[in-house]
Design a protein around this ligand. Structure first.
Ligand code: FIX
Ligand code: ZN
Length: 449
């Protein structure tokens, strides 16, 4: 039997780990937040916190209102309805409700008073630029990766106009319509934007899709490409999604040295009456993802899956494929019960080559609670793991613990991303100079077009 770690030693490990986990800055690798230059697209403040779609779904379980009545209300009235239903008439114990309270608490606001008008007054005093810095400081988040879709009409014009980038906000190129709605959405839009594509996926079309991806990768300085996928995605398969991946997206990722992030398991609009809150979950076919990854050893893949039941087989897949990096506890899995289970399982199966969490924040202030809650759980699991090592006589040093935590909070992700670039430099030598040019062109200030 492994000897037990003395109580005193365990307490010392706990103190070291907690300090590292609570103070190490995080690179939040998937959010729906925006560089403040995007104006109204960056959501923040108490009303946006309350009308978060996680809370809308919970609110409807209590409301007497019809869907139409709720959606016809202005934002502040929707926030009032949610506040009353989920905080005043019932105790706010769900993770999303607790999140609002942790957020307010981290902002040093007194939640005991249950005084929504006073909270609104406090938020009204802030200017967005100062508030962004304040929230990021308190949350211990130093970089935030956005989700950037050229198919979003409001967002696209901002990129096309050009603006001075805030270095704390990196970009990810989101391409759901391209892969999931080729005929109905993407092909006609690409044609409108001057790309010579046809509904049939000819060689010419693939090369024009690559030109589109290259233009947007450079324009936004994308760190990776990403898509969310329905449970029934299969590979290999005779479907537009798989063919576009093979002929355009993955060659593009190889050329630009970028990972491709896949988010499997979302069933969009299970209840369309709930709008953004109406998406559901389904099991994905891990074997399809294994086949895709195995068929593309020169691509790097990031995966976060929505179904709890897929987490184990994906950990096993990550053991088989070094070009697969798992990240985050996505959406419905972002609850303490599953964060703890997934973090423990991942650390036990794949060690520290993982990014255990991303926030998926849609409202800036949410990084306060999402990271606070996750950090506590990650610390708890790590203390247990280091105590297990100590029991064998392997004493982790402070520096080792600090290094490991840095890896979990963005270091392992960046190392994984840079491996793609290194591989690209080795395998595609003849055009290395050109590729280097591509990367250099992805400048921090977007070109004025
Ligand atoms: O597809 C995604 O990136 C999801 O995270 C969102 O669509 C979802 O609405 C969300 O906010 C989950 O946290
Ligand atoms: Zn997301």
């Amino acid at each position: 039997m492994t000897p037990k770690v003395p109580q005193k030693r365990r307490a010392a490990i706990a103190a070291q780990v907690e300090k590292a986990v609570l103070t190490t800055p995080v690179y939040d690798i998937h959010t729906h937040l925006y560089d403040p230059a995007f104006g109204e697209l960056l959501l923040w403040g108490i009303d946006d916190l309350l009308v978060y779609h996680y809370l809308v779904a919970e609110g409807f379980r209590q409301f007497d209102l019809t869907y139409e009545q709720f959606w016809a209300m202005p934002k502040s009235q929707q926030a009032d309805a949610i506040w009353n239903a989920l905080f005043i008439e019932h105790s706010p114990i769900s993770e999303a409700c607790r999140g609002v309270l942790t957020t307010l608490n981290r902002l040093s606001l007194d939640v005991r008073k249950r005084d929504l008008p006073a909270l609104r007054k406090w938020f009204a005093k802030w200017k967005v630029a100062d508030y962004t810095t304040h929230v990021m400081d308190v949350a211990g988040v130093n970089r935030i990766c956005m989700t950037n879709s050229p198919f979003d009409d409001v967002e696209r014009v901002v990129w096309e106009r050009g603006f001075k980038r805030d270095e704390r906000f990196t970009a990810a190129l989101r391409i759901d319509p391209l892969l999931l709605s080729w005929n109905d959405t993407a092909a006609p839009r690409l044609r409108d934007w001057g790309y010579d594509v046809t509904p049939e996926l000819s060689e010419k079309t693939a090369s024009e899709v690559r030109r589109f991806l290259a233009d947007w990768t450079r324009r936004i300085n994308a760190q990776y490409l990403m898509v969310s996928l329905p449970p029934d995605f299969t590979y290999p398969g005779d479907n537009a999604c798989a063919r576009l991946m093979e002929t355009a997206v993955l060659p593009h990722c190889r050329e630009f040295g970028l990972p491709f992030a896949m988010m499997p398991g979302v069933k969009r609009a299970v209840n369309p009456l709930l709008k953004l809150a109406g998406d559901g979950v389904g099991l994905c076919d891990t074997a399809s993802y294994e086949s895709l990854i195995a068929a593309h050893p020169d691509n790097q893949f990031l995966i976060t899956a929505l179904a709890r039941e897929n987490q184990y087989s994906l950990c096993v897949a990550a053991r088989k494929f070094r070009n697969l990096h798992l990240f985050g506890c996505w959406w419905f899995t972002n609850i303490p019960f599953l964060i703890e289970e997934m973090t423990r399982m991942r650390l036990e199966l794949i060690g520290l080559s993982v990014t255990p969490q991303h926030s998926d924040a849609r409202v800036l202030d949410q990084i306060l609670y999402k990271w606070e809650h996750s950090r506590r759980i990650i610390a708890r699991v790590l203390v247990e793991k280091y105590a297990d090592l100590t029991a064998t006589g392997w004493e982790p040093t402070n520096a080792e613990i600090q290094r490991d935590v840095q890896d979990l909070f963005g270091g392992a992700f960046e190392c994984f991303c840079s491996r793609q670039s290194a591989r690209e430099a080795q395998t595609i030598r003849p055009t290395v100079a050109a590729k280097k040019g591509n990367r250099d062109q992805r400048s921090r200030t977007t070109p004025k077009t």
